[in-house]
Write a new protein. Structure first.
Length: 408
């Protein structure tokens, strides 16, 4: 689930953000619980980026088990856009100019199509009349590690988009030090006390109703989204996005924490992505660099194996509703699925299946009724219902991922 402010405009264009099947698998476990365009990278989700640039309210064409929560609005004339693609000015300009039956593609990848749902379903990209090949560079989030790898550049892009023709709120705390003040934007309702903010190497966005507590140090590019807190002494390094509605402390580097997740205590999180409703216990740490400095291999659901990321730095990928106990250690390049509860001494497995309970090789299945009880309690604290749509999604994921729980 992601809850953000949606912008409503009048526009003749009906935009539908679709899930590309191969990309959908590549972004698991994060894509288990949301459409591709629900991924947050930079300050905004991909959906929010398109909505702001095209001045529309978009809908989602996603898998059936997600469609009750994320329904598609289909009309006779639609613009279908690949939900993993981050917009830029060049692409937006081309999409605005698409005519009925035209598509935009890059190599064999469909980027956008204008027309009816029936024509979209039958579309063969290179055989399409009037197909336009996009030869310029663009950003696509087609691997989980690209979320943190592309996060800094997307913070820059979103910062320009959000702050254009708007005025930052003044900093009222005389004990806070800011370097590169022209690159800092403060929304309404923020509370900042005795912090150090360095935006010389990239923008710092401080969202609505956020709090930065005493002794916190923040280095840009950095985004603190609506309703989030940086706790006392927190060390927020560049390339990181927090929130909305998160609490963070300790050290965070080049990582993205989706909404409603907490890392409130000491411990290191680097080159990582946490889904929604996650919680890292005190002194949870992850490694993001192998001792031999070789490339990190990461679990890939499509290939059913660990795949070379080509990265030297890669930490923890954690699906929605997963949690760790105090003093938990995650090895370099660890993937934790949805609704796992990880704890215990020593390093954990590098692939922890969804609905796992325990640590190391001592894993059992996290009972659905117990997990749902926790999820309901956690969500109610934020005045959000754990409804039938949520339970339906998690039921599907429980069954879908049963094969990975080989101890059952």
């Amino acid at each position: 689930m992601f809850k953000t402010e949606r912008l409503f405009y009048f526009c003749a264009m009906n935009v539908v953000l679709f899930d590309h099947p191969q990309t959908k698998v590549s972004l698991q476990p994060l894509s288990f619980t949301r459409p591709l365009a629900g991924i947050r990278v930079g300050i905004l989700t991909i959906a929010e980026k398109w909505e702001r640039r095209l001045k529309v309210v978009a809908s989602f064409l996603t898998e059936e088990y997600l469609s009750s929560k994320y329904p598609a609005k289909i009309e006779k004339d639609n613009i279908f856009i690949n939900g993993a693609v981050c917009p830029d000015e060049a692409m937006v300009k081309i999409i605005y100019a698409l005519k009925e039956g035209q598509c935009l593609y890059s190599k064999d990848l469909l980027l956008a199509f204008r027309g009816s749902k029936e024509k979209f379903d039958k579309l063969k990209v290179k055989e399409s009349e009037g197909a336009i090949e996009h030869n310029e560079d663009f950003t696509i989030i087609d691997a989980v590690w690209k979320i943190f790898k592309k996060n800094a550049e997307q913070i820059h892009a979103d910062f320009e988009l959000i702050t254009k023709d708007t005025v930052s709120q003044p900093l009222k705390d005389k004990h806070t030090i800011i370097y590169g003040a022209e690159n800092v934007f403060i929304e309404q309702g923020t509370k900042i006390r005795a912090a150090i903010i360095n935006a010389e190497n990239g923008p710092v966005y401080i969202g609505k109703d956020t709090q930065i507590h005493e002794g916190a140090t923040i280095k840009g590019p950095f985004a603190l989204c609506e309703g989030s807190f940086v706790n006392m002494g927190g060390k927020m390094r560049g390339g990181s996005t927090i929130g909305p509605f998160c609490k963070v402390g300790g050290e965070v580097n080049n990582s993205v924490i989706f909404g409603y997740s907490n890392k409130g205590h000491e411990g290191f999180l680097g080159n990582s992505v946490l889904g929604e409703w996650c919680n890292l216990g005190a002194d949870t740490n992850n490694s993001n660099l192998k001792n031999n400095y070789s490339n990190v291999r990461l679990w890939h659901y499509g290939e059913q194996d660990f795949k070379d990321t080509g990265l030297q730095f890669c930490g923890l990928i954690m699906g929605d509703h997963s949690k760790s106990g105090i003093n938990t250690m995650f090895n370099t390049g660890t993937v934790v699925g949805v609704s796992a509860n990880v704890f215990g001494a020593g390093y954990n497995r590098k692939f922890v299946p969804s609905f796992s309970w325990g640590g190391g090789e001592q894993l059992t299945t996290y009972r659905k009724d117990k997990m749902y009880e926790v999820a309901r309690s956690v969500m109610e604290r934020r005045d959000i219902d754990f409804d039938k749509d949520e339970s339906k999604i998690l039921d599907y994921i429980f069954d879908k991922t049963a094969r990975y729980r080989d101890w059952d």
